[in-house]
Design a protein around this ligand. Structure first.
Ligand code: NAD
Ligand code: TYD
Length: 341
């Protein structure tokens, strides 16, 4: 099978590329990514050595480039990870979120309609459900929880989800959607909570915790998310949404304290900063559907996953230090400038 993975130079897409190459060595993977600030080709360095893998630099919202790729490759499956993904950036500048997350999704699905695919899979987020109150630990997001978004990011992801379901209903496009909770693990861009705190703690710099640090996120190890997407795109029921999460709720403050403890750094590094506008209080996923229909269960406990993640950041300092210094953005030109033009 030939699979187009968009956004494969980012955090989850990169992990997914490796998951597929390892677990489905018979399949061909084509990564389509335009290498925004969040895309890092160094993440795909090992994949590049695999003859079953190919990288194509293009914008998912560029209709001509996307149609040309589909014409040449005739993919069987398309998995769309490509997105602007950082809530704080969406508050600073919403426009690119609408362009990539909504218009890009439309272009990909139009190409799927024209060239024919067996599955279009949309990687979505639990943030489309808005948030839950802290004092109702009995409440969880299910697939029927109404869409109720808070940030330009979540609104753009929710819009894309609605469009995906509309393409199924109107054009019979064989789609599936997964809505996952917060991921953590290797290759996570160091402006997001966990890698930011690791890199700053290692440098003995203050750790900026928004508000009182009491907001709750439901953390899932990235490989468990990849396994869920793989299952849904191959065996999930067409037209369906599947929530993905591992019942691992933690307040931001608890997460930061766990990281400090693991690194042997003092809690005095914690610095409370002005809260994010519209900051969602609590996310919590009910993953019953994907468990009962497809047998998915998370394999990595948070205590183990966070240790593995910290170890990864300790043994891959060059990867994230190149990001902090901005060097990673020269990597594409240096390695592929002449070869891919
Ligand atoms: P990321 O920001 O790390 O990576 C995004 C990737 O998409 C980058 O490689 C970037 O270069 C690429 N990209 C951005 N705009 C593009 C465009 N116009 N054309 C082609 N490529 C483009 O994001 P991530 O954290 O890996 O998230 C991947 C997907 O999973 C997103 O759709 C996100 O909404 C969703 N998701 C993320 C989380 C999480 O915790 N990170 C949780 C649930 C769902
Ligand atoms: P983030 O990694 O941006 O993911 P999301 O907002 O999509 O859940 O943030 C996770 C949580 O951590 C969120 O509640 C905001 C908080 N946060 C901080 O307290 N300080 C920070 O510097 C960052 C980046 C996030």
């Amino acid at each position: 099978m030939k699979i187009i993975v968009t956004g494969g130079a980012g955090f989850i897409g990169g992990n997914f590329v490796y998951y597929e190459l390892k677990n489905h060595p018979e399949d061909e993977i084509i990564c389509l990514d335009n290498l925004t600030y969040a895309g890092n080709l160094e993440t795909l360095e090992d994949a590049m050595k695999n003859p079953k893998f190919k990288f194509v630099k293009a914008d998912i919202a560029d209709r001509e480039a996307v149609f040309k790729l589909f014409e040449e490759e005739k993919p069987d499956i398309v998995v769309n990870f490509a997105a602007e993904s950082h809530v704080d950036r969406s508050i600073e500048n919403p426009e690119i979120f609408l362009q990539t997350n909504i218009m890009g999704t439309q272009v990909l699905m139009d190409a799927c309609r024209k060239y024919g695919i067996t599955r279009y899979h949309q990687v979505s987020t639990d943030e489309v459900y808005g948030d839950l109150p802290l004092d109702r630990p009995d409440l969880f997001f299910t697939e029927t929880t109404p869409i109720h978004t808070s940030s330009p990011y979540s609104a753009s992801k929710a819009s894309a989800d609605l469009l995906v379901l509309a393409y199924h209903r109107t054009f019979k496009l064989p789609v599936t959607i997964t809505r996952c909770s917060n991921n953590y693990g290797p290759y996570h861009f160091p402006e997001k909570l966990i890698p930011l705190m690791i890199s700053r703690a290692l440098a003995d710099e203050p750790l900026p915790v928004y508000g009182k640090g009491e907001n709750v996120r439901d953390w899932l190890y990235v490989e468990d998310h990849c396994a869920a997407i793989d299952l849904v795109m191959r065996k999930g029921k067409v037209g369906e949404v599947y929530n993905v999460g591992g019942h691992n709720e933690k307040s931001n403050l608890d997460v930061v304290k766990i990281i400090l403890k693991q690194l042997g750094k003092p809690e005095s590094l914690i610095t409370y900063v002005t809260d994010r506008p519209g900051h969602d209080m609590r996310y919590a996923i009910d993953p019953t559907k994907i468990h009962e229909e497809l047998g998915w269960l998370p394999q990595t406990k948070f205590e183990d996953g966070i240790k593995q993640t910290i170890d990864w950041y300790l043994t891959h300092k060059e990867w994230w230090q190149n990001i902090l210094s901005g060097d990673y953005q020269n990597y594409f030109e240096k390695m592929y400038g002449e070869r891919l033009d």
